[in-house]
Design a protein around this ligand. Structure first.
Ligand SMILES: N[C@@H](CCC(=O)N[C@@H](CS)C(=O)NCC(=O)O)C(=O)O
Length: 198
């Protein structure tokens, strides 16, 4: 299997972490964008990463689908039914929502100041504060490494620190920072952490 990815992408990083945790033999093909087509490798018409190429089967796209697939290959960490499943899927979606808001914030603010749209920037900024605040309010309920929801939350928080660093979520939510630190101490976190100073 080949995962088209880039270590900077929080969506791709989820799959990279999961593959390591589950000891899945995966080629990580780091790709770059091709203009208006986006990431053309990996048969993903949306031009996005990650995309997972599988021998004899269709390429999978969209990181929750890819994570679900990788997880299904052995002893799933995602509960297969019951309320526990919806809890984990919800947390995973919340984590991705941090990445989405960060991505959108980044693309609004990286353009020329004359082209900034303050209302939209404020919307993404506030989304980040609201989502992280909601997760932090319930941090006691989050379990230790690496559940399905935690995967996305950790990748989202790291990406937020990288691209929207003014949202100082560690200072705003010390218990969340403490929770995050236990992941940052794991080898798999360190191996996949790509946000070193440019
Ligand atoms: N919902 C998608 C989002 C993936 C995504 O937006 N990836 C970004 C990189 S972080 C991308 O490929 N952007 C290229 C583009 O849209 O041109 C997922 O979860 O896989």
């Amino acid at each position: 299997m080949k995962l088209y990815c880039n270590p900077i992408s929080p969506y791709a990083r989820k799959a990279m972490i999961l593959a390591r945790i589950k000891d899945i033999d995966l080629i990580e093909a780091s790709v770059t964008k091709d203009g208006a087509n986006g990431y053309t490798a990996g048969d993903n018409p949306a031009g996005k990463i990650p995309a997972l190429e599988r021998e004899g089967h269709v390429t999978l796209m969209d990181s929750p689908v890819i994570c679900d697939y990788l997880d299904s290959l052995s002893d799933p960490i995602l509960p297969q039914n019951g309320e526990a499943r919806w809890t984990q899927l919800r947390l995973h979606a919340l984590g991705d929502a941090i990445s989405d808001a960060t991505y959108n914030y980044r693309y609004e603010t990286v353009r020329d100041a004359a082209l900034h749209w303050p209302e939209i920037i404020a919307r993404h900024d506030q989304a980040l504060r609201n989502i992280i605040g909601a997760i932090a309010a319930d941090v006691e309920a989050l379990c230790g490494p690496w559940e399905f929801g935690n995967l996305a939350i950790i990748c989202g928080l790291d990406y937020c620190s990288y691209r929207a660093g003014h949202i100082d979520w560690r200072a705003a939510h010390p218990p969340l920072a403490k929770w995050h630190a236990q992941f940052a101490a794991t080898p798999v976190w360190k191996e996949t952490y790509a946000y070193h100073a440019d």
